[in-house]
Design a binder for this molecule. Structure first.
Ligand code: PHE
Length: 437
């Protein structure tokens, strides 16, 4: 299996694909709504800390396991830990199913907004409009279209499908997001948005909810805790410099989220729409931003289209990585061809997604469960595995990167701080869940 394994055609190709996995709805939709819900800058600060403290070490751990084993997550964990650890790979695949099923529904709303905006502009009354499209047959249809595009890309393969698409789309997304942030600077009243986004209210910093949301967002945004990065790393050559790659991926992912915030918050505050955002739900961006675009006239029309196009691009390159986890596992474990694996996994996930497409309450529950529980649990077990169980993580990570000074720190972080923070996050989540919040 290893001998004939597919490969990225270049280092840049891998990096763009990995950044494509990381940068997605998480950076614009989820990051903005969590920042709004958790009071702005305090959340952003904690999110940065979490990215460095727990995101980066787990990212490097996933890269190490994937490249080392050159197999899909289930098999990779078997290689390094023995049969029982394959169960963790099983959890990853289940998480992939769960996330992609609802992720694709949101991506479907996004694609619909983008296309309808081109044809007819943004709705007069976005709140009402959004309420009317999130559930029901049309939501199912858009979700199925998006899943078809995702499945098709994965079916084509690592080099021709995933890599080629990422090479074209990721630079475009980056330019779009930067352009939007620059445009937002020109708005009168933008400064209230910057204030909310950038000046920290210390009293909001240390609540369990902010901590939990920041930790889980760091994971969600970096595509960690479910083997996506591990799977992509399994197509890397042995001499790749994993520490450098982990830093590049994390920086690009954080950069896009941060710059997207520099676009979103000034736009919302400039038009006095912040009240709507403070009571944020998953839908806030789909309601508040179009309202802002409407206020801006023709410029808003163009900016709005670009914004939703950027979102669709991010969503697609992330969705393919979610599907690739399931597909590569089906290929490795069941011996299926790529085509059969992609069609069956894509089909099953598309079917599962009908549930959240018909009921946004369920979608919300799936997002909380996947983001705050499954990814965090997956990351926790993975950190314990690499920190305590795996015999030679330092030898493995050093291949292609000898003499990096912070390897010792990396292992220590995986041993103590990362499991502690993640266990606490999980504990608080379960407590809140039981209390019905
Ligand atoms: N990181 C992606 C985003 O920010 C979502 C994702 C999560 C992708 C987990 C793969 C695995 O949108």
């Amino acid at each position: 299996m290893v001998a004939g394994r597919e490969r990225w055609s270049s280092k840049t190709g891998f990096l763009l694909a990995a950044v494509g996995s990381a940068v997605g709805l998480g950076n614009m939709w989820r990051f903005s709504y969590l920042t709004a819900e958790n009071g702005g800058a305090a959340f952003v600060l904690l999110y940065i800390v979490m990215t460095l403290l727990i995101g980066l070490p787990v990212l490097l751990a996933e890269l190490t396991l994937g490249r080392g084993a050159r197999r899909s997550p289930i098999e990779a964990l078997g290689v390094f830990g023995g049969g029982a650890w394959k169960a963790l790979g099983g959890l990853f695949v289940a998480t992939g199913f769960l996330i992609l099923a609802y992720y694709s529904v949101i991506a479907g709303w996004t694609a619909r907004y983008a296309i309808e905006a081109v044809l007819t502009g943004f709705p007069e009354n976005p709140g009402e409009y959004f309420g009317s499209i999130i559930n029901g047959r049309a939501a199912v249809a858009w979700h199925l279209v998006f899943m078809a595009a995702t499945t098709l890309t994965v079916m084509v393969g690592v080099k021709g499908g995933i890599e080629r698409l990422s090479i074209v789309l990721m630079p475009l997304l980056f330019v779009l997001v930067c352009g939007l942030a620059l445009f937002a600077m020109t708005l009168d009243g933008a400064s209230a948005g910057y204030d909310f986004y950038l000046s920290v209210d210390w009293s909001k910093l240390f609540t369990a909810k902010v901590l939990n949301d920041a930790a889980s967002q760091a994971f969600f945004s970096l595509s960690l805790g479910m083997g996506a990065i591990m799977t992509y790393a399994s197509y890397l050559p042995e001499d790749s410099h994993l520490p450098n790659e982990s830093i590049i991926i994390a920086t690009a992912d954080f950069g896009v989220a941060f710059i997207a915030g520099l676009a979103v918050f000034p736009m919302i505050f400039a038009f006095g729409l912040s009240d709507q955002v403070n009571g944020s739900t998953v839908g806030a961006l789909f309601i508040t931003l179009p309202a802002a675009f409407n206020e801006m006239g023709t410029a808003g029309y163009l900016v709005g289209i670009l914004f939703f196009v950027a979102l669709v691009i991010g969503a697609l390159t992330s969705a393919i990585s979610l599907l690739e986890v399931v597909v590569s596992s089906a290929m490795d474990v069941l011996g299926l061809s790529r085509r059969t694996a992609a069609l069956s996994a894509g089909g099953l996930i598309a079917a599962l997604g009908i549930i959240p497409a018909l009921d946004d309450g369920r979608l919300d529950v799936m997002d909380k469960l996947a983001g705050n529980a499954f990814l965090v649990a997956g990351g926790l077990i993975l950190a314990v595995f690499v920190g305590w169980v795996m015999r030679n993580p330092l030898d493995e990570v050093s291949k292609g990167a000898t003499g990096v000074r912070w390897f010792g720190l990396w292992r220590w972080l995986l041993r103590i701080p990362v499991p502690l923070v993640l266990a606490y996050t999980l504990f608080e989540f379960v407590r809140g869940w039981n209390a019905g919040s």
